[in-house]
Write a protein that binds this ligand. Structure first.
Ligand code: DX5
Ligand code: ZN
Length: 214
């Protein structure tokens, strides 16, 4: 089943509770955490995740765009994340493995994320233990960018690795998703769709969510 995960990066942060309620028909809430190092932008941190947790029961899909995420796994888990995505480019193999081990210890679901430049094969050492792989379909850092169609090939390759190593693992795409690119990503093998501007830029976010479901 396709899951839709609106990204609150495109919400009005001064009216976050209102904007979270506006997307309550979605499956997950996607929370983009940026540290100004791994990506040039700075966005949401631990106290905000904690406040979001208090105002919604939605599944919190927290995308960590931060260097050495192992440092913050416990803090984001305690703040209320249900799933953490860490970037494979954000640390060496021992740091990534340790971060995944900590996620297990904290009882949060585990995902790794890939920048567009990263080879799909990079997920193989971790794939059997993952709940999700996140394929970026834009350069991480900002909402509102155009979908990188070249990433459809990465999505297809990750789908075939998932079928081979861990069929229960979800495959999320993030960046430039609208009704048209959503269809292409799903055809390539995605089952979880992040959408920021396509949901929050719409006059009726609930209608945008149902349009993304196809
Ligand atoms: C970008 C973030 C995305 C972003 C997507 O680095 O990871 O989640 O909010 O925004 P849209 O859907 O507008 O491309
Ligand atoms: Zn994201």
């Amino acid at each position: 089943m396709i899951k839709i995960a609106p990204s609150i990066l495109s919400a009005d942060f001064a009216n976050l509770e209102r904007d979270i309620k506006r997307v309550s028909s979605a499956d997950w809430l996607h929370v983009d955490v940026m540290d100004g190092m791994f990506v040039p932008n700075i966005s949401i941190g631990i106290p905000v995740v904690k406040s979001i947790r208090k105002c919604t029961d939605m599944f919190l899909d927290v995308h960590l765009m931060i260097e050495k995420p192992v440092r913050y796994v416990e803090a984001f888990a305690k703040a209320g994340a249900d799933l953490l995505s860490i970037h494979l480019e954000a640390d060496g193999p021992s740091g990534i493995s340790e971060a995944l081990r900590l996620m297990d210890a904290c009882g949060v679901k585990k995902a790794v994320a890939l920048r567009p430049i990263t080879s799909p094969k990079a997920v193989i050492p971790y794939l059997e233990q993952l709940d999700m792989v996140l394929v970026m379909t834009v350069e991480p850092g900002f909402g509102g960018q155009s979908f990188m169609a070249d990433q459809l090939d990465t999505v297809a390759q990750i789908r075939s690795l998932i079928q081979q190593y861990n069929p229960a693992c979800r495959l999320e795409v993030d960046g430039g998703i609208n009704t048209e690119t959503a269809r292409r990503a799903v055809t390539a093998g995605a089952d979880t769709l992040v959408a920021g501007s396509a949901v929050y830029g719409a006059a009726d976010p609930a209608m945008a969510i149902s349009a993304l479901r196809g």
